[in-house]
Design a protein around this ligand. Sequence first.
Ligand code: BDR
Ligand code: CA
Length: 316
Amino acid sequence: KNRLILDTDGGVDDAQALLMLIANGRTPDAITTVFGNVGLDVATQNILATLAIAKVDVAVHAGAGRPLTQPVIDAKYIHGDDGLGGAPRPDVVADVASEDANGFLIETLHAASTRGEKIDILMIGPLTNLALALRLDPTIINGIGQLTIMGGTVYGRGNTTPAAEFNIYADPEAAAIVFGADIDILVAPWEPCVLHNMTGEHVDELFEAVPESPQKAFSTALARHARQTIAGYGGGDNFRFVDPLAAAAVIEPDIITKSIRASVDVALAPGIARGMTIVDPSGRLGTPMVSLIEEVKLERLIALYAASIAFVPQHA
Ligand code: BDR
Ligand code: CA
């Protein structure tokens, strides 16, 4: 397996996705953080807290605090002001490895490409960090293996505006740079996240089977918040898989049962369509073809999530 870099904006489902990666043997080799659900500093602290709960030591590099051109937005109305839905944090968390995710990405991807190695990247927040790195040094593309992105919508079913999904809407220019680059991206758009969910009582059953622990208390709080946020991941006591769906596709690629090949571009003009991902299976948009997930094995998705609840951190 290639080494893995996780790029994340540190919200409730980002923390769930990170715990799933760790519990299922795909701990990231490094993490870069970005503004999004909450501000960059809170997002970074949330990832450090999640790593401390899981008792794994991963280098975290803080990245962009704002989008390329537009003013910064957040999704606190979904993730809460703390970005983790009030989940109880450990007293001690590690420091960041650097505040230069950009430099880290360029240096690491360059080094990989000179060694003929590829590094996989999973992006579950706005695409600003990679867009900045690509703009500064387009040759880093040679060091990128599988790029997986949670973001966008196939049929214009937005979750932040009627047309746009949050990770794209938060920085449309960055998304246009990434989808315009010659990278064979695997996209987990919003639609499959709406399709794959489980009932609240099923979540309760999963938790009841797990002995009490700080990790379980943390995961319980995340799940409770995810179920409650009507506009976001759940609502009506349902639990939707959002960033965890993208993480599952990285952990277990054959979890995907249906996907489409299409070229994707991003609407940038100010107005109601800004941030919308335009998806064209005929490839006429002139951007490279990518794969967009339509369906995964729900029972496997639940199993990978359940493993993250039952995960018992090994003392470092
Ligand atoms: C995406 O936006 C964020 O709120 C979530 O963490 C997810 O990455 C869903 O649109
Ligand atoms: Ca996210």
